[in-house]
Unconditional design. Sequence first.
Length: 372
Amino acid sequence: MPKLKNISKISSWSKVLAEPLLIAGPCSAESEEQVMQTAIAIAKQNKVKVFRSGIWKPRTRPGNFEGVGEQGLQWLQQVKKETGLLTTVEVANPEHIELAVKYNIDILWVGARTTSNPFSVQKLADSLKGYDKPVMVKNPINPDIQLWVGALERFFKAGIHKLAAIHRGFYPFEATSLRNIPKWEIPIELKSMCHSLPIICDPSHISGNTEFIPEIAQKAMDLNMNGLMIETHINPTAALSDMNQQLTPKQLDDLLDKLIIRSISVKNNDFISVLESLRDKIDSIDQQLLELLSQRMDIVEEIGKYKSKNEVTILQLRRWEKIINTRLKQGKKLGLSEEFIKKLLQLVHKESIQKQTEVMNKIAATKKNKNK
Ligand code: PEP
Ligand code: MN
């Protein structure tokens, strides 16, 4: 297990900026006017600190708009000069880094496709040695936390301590209304591995559609994420990439106005004592749940022995279907969601099968030894 905690030296560079760190700008820089108009409209609102824009676009299939390249960096310099916004671009190879440094881009980010490839990440880390550039690392496309951690470690080892992670969701293998599934447990685990690592949420690439961006952004804030990166375009309907998920500057302004920033805790004694007593109740219920689960597993083992004695298979499909159907109905009556109960039962059933397999294998092995 990588010791991300060892890189707790990660400087809280984002704290230098206001929290939450707000980043906005188009998916891609398309023209000087589009970049400048978007940046000026965003800067006027006085909320966003960093202007994002893709200059080199990683496209899944060839033939799509692949970015304007170096000239876009000049437009970003112009943005900085005219609006005071900091700038950030995606870099995917050492030449990108060289150019981004040449044009004084403030922050670099690594895209989801690049994070997935340790060779590419290592090349980026090597060519960043000696520069004091903050780097934000997007999660890899697949929900592999080790790849994400590994990329952060490669930068850290190269002496880049101004690091942040960007959570942009994971490729969905099943049909979903979101473009990428958030799997919030993964950024939460990353945070618990390294408390000082800022994690920024990218609700645009999670949503894939402007409709879901506000709720994803709010959820990220309620999970104590350190910032948001939101794709914003002066005229999204004419965008050359990610048209459906870009907000207009006005929509961005409305979203940020409605966003509720809750604090981790308050210094209010009443609040603390009520919370503590409710947590005591939860602790006690959890204790009961664990005891009940343990009792259930004891019976599962007993059944395992009984099945073994009678040479009966572990999986009894009819019984399993009956369990699911009855529990779903019972759960519904108790106000528990079908999805939750189904997942919970599947987990319990998997563990039960595992237990019975162990029991049966043990009995079979003893029998074999006796027969020797
Ligand atoms: C982007 O930010 O425009 C982008 C290409 O994102 P991702 O790497 O998350 O797909
Ligand atoms: Mn995009």
